[in-house]
Design a protein around this ligand. Structure first.
Ligand SMILES: NC(=O)c1ccc[n+]([C@@H]2O[C@H](COP(=O)([O-])OP(=O)(O)OC[C@H]3O[C@@H](n4cnc5c(N)ncnc54)[C@H](OP(=O)(O)O)[C@@H]3O)[C@@H](O)[C@H]2O)c1
Length: 290
């Protein structure tokens, strides 16, 4: 069985290529080979690889810059999934599409479940919500996997940003009033492999699911875990200063709470991502070893 991954150069795309095994071949195309909004390029990649399932790991993920480049964000996050879904429909292929906790408005007290109403606060979240809708309208056999606060040793993400700042500064200001479920890109890739193999066995559960690191943390708690894990290796420990979102200059408004409840995926597929703290410690160790 072969999975064809679009957006193979990103954090999740690279983790998916690394997650291939004897039962699941993973072929990847990056943006240079196939822009997901270009239907001819998508058709050509699918015709060449002849996959059993398509995975969309491509996205415009710069949440702040999306406010100033809404058309670029829409092209990758809404048009792209629509194109992938229509090519999957032409070919009778299932699509695993990855979406985001930022489709929610953050007003809920606890972790979000799949049935909660969406209400994106920023351009990124609105374009991702439009991408989800295009997939649902076009296909019956789809998985939409919403994830949250992805981290990977080599990517550009909150964990590696804190590591970089920790090497440069004595004090780092971190927002303490945003909560999410930090998720290892490796764990999300493992969940996608589990789902693809269930499709191969003819036992898939279609629809929208949450797949995120177990538990929830504020950005401040996440940064504290990063700094502690780094101090255990390097001995260097900058101070962290909790600040409010209102006092922190950011272009996009972010949800105050976007923690995700991943029980539905665990029940359907028997896979649960690791608790967030352990996964962050592994990412820090791997990043420092690079
Ligand atoms: N990162 C997070 O914290 C986070 C949180 C929740 C959900 N997600 C979702 O998780 C998924 C994977 O995110 P990630 O962190 O792996 O993202 P990433 O590291 O930013 O990778 C995205 C990849 O998509 C590529 N890309 C952008 N526009 C494209 C287009 N039009 N056609 C083809 N490729 C395109 C990018 O190429 P360039 O580098 O050349 O632009 C990049 O290689 C996305 O669906 C994202 O929305 C991410």
């Amino acid at each position: 069985m072969t999975a064809l991954v679009f957006g193979a150069g990103g954090q999740l795309g690279r983790a998916l290529l690394a997650a291939a095994d004897a039962d699941l071949r993973v072929a990847g195309v990056g943006r240079a080979e196939a822009d997901v909004a270009d239907i001819d390029a998508v058709r050509a990649a699918v015709a060449q690889v002849q996959p059993s399932v398509v995975v969309n790991a491509a996205a415009y993920t710069d949440v702040d810059r999306a406010e100033d480049e809404p058309e670029k964000a829409r092209r990758a996050n809404a048009t792209g999934p629509a194109v992938l879904a229509s090519v999957c429909a032409e070919r009778g292929l299932p699509l695993i599409h990855v979406s985001t906790d930022y489709v929610f408005d953050g007003a809920k007290e606890g972790a979000y479940v799949e049935a909660d109403p969406i209400g994106p606060l920023n351009v990124y979240g609105r374009t991702k919500a439009a991408g989800e809708e295009a997939v649902r309208e076009t296909l019956d056999r789809y998985l939409i996997l919403r994830t949250s606060w992805l981290h990977a040793p080599g990517g550009r993400n909150f964990v590696t940003t804190i590591l970089r700042l920790a090497a440069e500064r004595e004090t780092i200001s971190v927002v303490a009033d945003q909560r999410g479920s930090p998720t290892s890109a490796g764990d999300l890739a493992a969940a996608i492999v589990v789902a693809a193999k269930a499709m191969k066995r003819g036992e898939p559960a279609w629809g929208t699911f949450h797949v995120a690191g177990d538990g929830a943390a504020s950005r401040y708690e996440l940064a504290s875990a990063v700094v502690a894990a780094q101090a255990a290796v390097t001995g260097r420990r900058p101070a962290l200063e909790p600040v409010t979102s209102a006092s922190f200059p950011a272009r996009a408004v972010r949800p105050a709470n976007s923690a995700l409840d991943s029980n539905r995926f665990a029940d359907a597929y028997g896979f649960r991502a690791e608790a967030w703290r352990g996964a962050v410690e592994r990412t820090v160790a791997a990043a420092l070893a690079r």
